[in-house]
Design a protein around this ligand. Sequence first.
Ligand code: ADP
Length: 648
Amino acid sequence: MSKQTLSFQAEVAQLLHLVTHSLYSNPEIFLRELVSNASDACDKLRFEALNNAALFEDTPNLEVRVSFDKDAKTLTITDNGIGMSEQEAIDHLGTIAKSGTKDFMGKLSGDQKQDAQLIGQFGVGFYSGFIVADKITVESRRAGAQANQGVRWVSGGSGDFEVETIERPARGTSVILHLRADAEEYLNAWKLKSVIGKYSDHISLPIMMEKEEWKEGENDQPGAMAKTGEWESVNKASALWTRPKKDVTDEQYAEFYKAISHDHEAPLTWAHNRVEGNTEYTQLLYIPAKAPFDLWNRDKKAGVKLYVKRVFIMDDAEALLPSYLRFVKGVIDSADLPLNVSRELLQESRDVRAIREGSTKRVLSMLEDLAKHDKHTTSEGADGVTDVVDADDQAKEGKYSKFYAEFGAVLKEGLGEDFGNRERLAKLLRFASTSSDTVSVGFADYKARMKEGQDAIYYITADNLAAAKNSPQLEVFKKKGIEVLLMTDRVDEWALNYLQDFDGTPLQSVAKGAVDLGKLQDETEKKAAEEAAEAFKPLLAKLKEALKDKADDVRVTSRLVDSPACLVVQDDGMSTQLARMLKQAGQQAPEAKPVLEVNPEHALVKKLDGSVHFHDLAHILFDQALLAEGGLPEDPSAYVKRVNALLV
Ligand code: ADP
């Protein structure tokens, strides 16, 4: 077979350029990435060999070898894992199959520092070798293939790569890095061991290096370290989650997280447990500090790896956690599942259901614990008792708000998805309110501050905080000093459909149905409202007639103070916002007409009756109410004409 020269897929070339130009600051991660690929390749072999033991050939002991050649200035990472065929080398090392790559490329800003952070999250994998090497040679043979079916892949990391068929008796892959002049520090056993210790100690395979010993120089030559031909393991080679908690340091937990998540930032918190009972498993679950760039990607996978009795089974096992916890990273190692479990089987397994329930509860407890220790987001302790804060508690301070800013919107999906945990989830939610600009008010805080006689938790949904805060529907609540939760996440309205009450107190949108302030309204106010309704009957009828194409009903309201009118939806209706959002997203929204409510105290409303401009004023009133809540009049130019006619 002759050599062929092929071009990298355009995205790969772009990625390569980025890797070599933006990851200088932390070059040593290349070793983590390559060792991790080597370890994955061994995991894959072990998994395929479950059904085909012949793949082990005559070397069943899986391992990774790291060696270097000072003269040739090469560093080599060799594994005896699954290996690659020629076509696989072309496909896997020349194109990017990863989902989300396009999105990722789109996010790049051109600003090196920012992009370096992003790329850290994305996980550069194999290409990180080019941070330290100006040429990479990969030699590989797939397990089960003939010795003459080996492949050599060579590239200088720009434009193209070469492949040719070679003779390779050994199964698996060698990645040979031809180091740049400024990366020669990796031609040193001590340096390599320290980097491996830092990033790869948790890898369950032995990572072997050749032992060296001191050799005295001869004939006046200085002494030097010399290879002995004997290999030794330089990592602990026990999967981190199988070790007892007390033997694992926080740094090791954090490094393990970085290795499995490709995140460069340490996690916010984690939980490591062995669960015993009917279903036995070990869970090591992490809450990241930053949302990944593809959190909202529709086919974003869950972040938990499944192992069975320490054998790696699959990445992104979505059956292990509900989708609203897709930000959680970690490992679950089951003692009960069969090794040949498939994704389909996972969906049906009773053990998996138990693991999923247990892990969900574990994540919720982690979040509750963070919330409890976040002064800004809880009113606990408001009874005047100061909690005793220990060092550990202090470390958790402020973390819940951080978590919530990144993942709060995802967590809300749980209200619709996980009925069993709805109450626990509701307690974890935080909102801005008319008393707090920061997203820090929980339902419990709100309830603790409710006015005497108030029997509902009031909220409003809007596109953004400013729109929510200035919404006319809030006027009477502001006047009476009643707190209203301001909800501005897209999912809020949908999620709240699933939450009728909190701890026995109903949730009430201030933009739905007639205002009923119940006991908060005194007798004189109630009487005045009834009288106004009576007195306005003829006017309302006229308005209703004028606006019959736009409004479902017209009525007087006591919810307005400064504004002449506002729109509300019927009790069981979908808010105008949600309807608008659905339409923008190209989806069907029910064509329900809103109710126009007018303020009987407002000068404009008082002037309406008998005005020669009645028809125009009626339409302006309606369109203004729409504008005030961030909507657009159906016919903006008609609106402008009407206003201008009046102005003139
Ligand atoms: P990732 O590992 O995240 O998929 P990489 O760029 O690191 O991305 O690797 C791309 C692909 O190349 C891998 O998915 C794998 O199929 C293949 N590969 C990389 N290194 C090895 C190896 N040591 N042995 C076998 N296959 C490998």
